[in-house]
Design a binder for this molecule. Structure first.
Ligand SMILES: C[S@@+](CC[C@H](N)C(=O)[O-])C[C@H]1O[C@@H](n2cnc3c(N)ncnc32)[C@H](O)[C@@H]1O
Length: 256
C-alpha cells in the first residue's frame, strides 16, 4: 500500500490500531461518554455502524444490548472487519459488510430498516455527503436516529501549531474538524430529519515521550515523511515532561 496516499492512510487498519493504542492515556473516559450519549432505542433494534473500523464502538455497545437486536458493521478495510470477526463477543447477531458506505443503498433489501445508524470518526471520508445522508434517511425507521460522533474545533491544536511552522495541514483534515459538523446538520435539515440533539466533550491525550507523540503522528493522515527531520526537531523543542493533545468531540443526534 502506498502510505503517501490520503485514502490509504485513512483506511489503514494498522494506522487505526496504532492510534487507538496511543490514545489510551487520556484525562477523561471517552468510552463512558459514548455510552452515556448513546440514543434511546427499542430493545429489538436494528443498528448500523458506518466506518466501524476495528469495532471499538461495536465492542462497547453490543455488550449493553440484548440478543433481540441485530448489529451491522460496515467498513472499507478488510483487515479491520476480520479483526471484529475474530473478537466479537456481544449478544446481538452481528453482520459485517466490507464495502464503502457510499454504496449503502445496495447493501440491504428495501424492507430492511434501522432504528439507529451511527458513525464515529468516519463520515468525512464520503465522496458524496448529500447522497449518503439521503440514503441514511431512507434506511431509518420513523423515529429512528442518525448519530454522528466526530472531532470538533481545537482538536489537535497543539500538534497542528507545531506542524504549521513546517507545512500547511491538508485541507481535508481541517475541514473535518472545523466545518464538517455544520455540513452534516445542513444536509440533514434538507432531507427533513425532524429533531437535533447536540453535545460536546473535551479530552486531553497524554503522551509520555516525544517518541510516542511522533509514532502517533506517523499513523495519521496529516504526517508528511519528507519533513521528518524538521518535525522531530520541533517536537523535541515543544516537549517538556509530557505532552497534552486536545481532543474536542461533537455528538450530533438527528431523529427521523
Ligand atoms: C478513524 S477510523 C474510525 C473507526 C471506528 N469508528 C472508531 O472510532 O474506532 C475511520 C474508519 O472509516 C473507514 N472508512 C473510510 N472510508 C470509508 C468508506 N468510504 N466506507 C466505509 N468505511 C470507510 C476506515 O477504514 C476506518 O476504519
Amino acid at each position: 500500500m502506498n502510505k503517501d496516499n490520503f485514502v490509504a492512510k485513512a483506511t489503514s487498519s494498522q494506522f487505526l490500531q496504532a492510534r487507538i493504542k496511543l490514545n489510551q492515556n487520556a484525562t477523561n473516559n471517552f468510552e463512558h461518554w459514548s455510552i452515556n450519549t448513546m440514543p434511546q432505542i427499542p430493545l429489538n433494534s436494528n443498528i448500523l455502524d458506518l466506518g466501524c473500523g476495528t469495532g471499538k464502538q461495536i465492542e462497547s455497545f453490543s455488550h449493553l444490548l440484548p440478543k433481540t437486536c441485530l448489529y451491522v458493521g460496515c467498513d472499507i478495510s478488510k483487515e479491520s472487519i476480520e479483526l471484529i470477526k475474530q473478537n466479537y463477543s456481544g449478544l446481538p447477531q452481528l453482520k459485517l459488510i466490507n464495502e464503502s458506505f457510499d454504496k449503502l443503498e445496495s447493501f440491504f433489501e428495501d424492507t430492511m430498516k434501522f432504528d439507529l445508524i451511527y458513525s464515529f470518526y468516519a463520515l468525512y471520508y464520503t465522496e458524496n455527503l448529500k447522497l449518503l445522508i439521503e440514503n441514511i434517511y431512507k434506511k431509518l425507521n420513523d423515529g429512528g436516529v442518525f448519530w454522528v460522533v466526530m472531532p470538533y474545533k481545537n482538536t489537535n491544536i497543539e500538534l497542528f501549531s507545531i506542524l504549521e511552522k513546517i507545512y500547511p495541514i491538508d485541507k481535508k483534515v481541517t475541514y473535518s474538524i472545523n466545518q464538517f459538523s455544520s455540513d452534516i446538520i445542513s444536509n440533514a435539515s434538507e432531507v427533513k430529519f425532524s429533531d437535533i440533539d447536540v453535545s460536546l466533550f473535551e479530552n486531553k491525550i497524554k503522551f509520555e515521550s516525544s517518541a510516542d507523540l511522533l509514532t502517533y503522528l506517523k499513523n495519521t493522515t496529516f504526517y508528511k515523511k519528507e519533513f521528518e527531520e524538521k518535525i522531530v526537531q520541533e517536537i523535541e523543542n515543544s516537549f517538556t515532561h509530557e505532552f497534552l493533545l486536545t481532543k474536542e468531540v461533537i455528538s450530533i443526534k438527528l431523529t427521523k
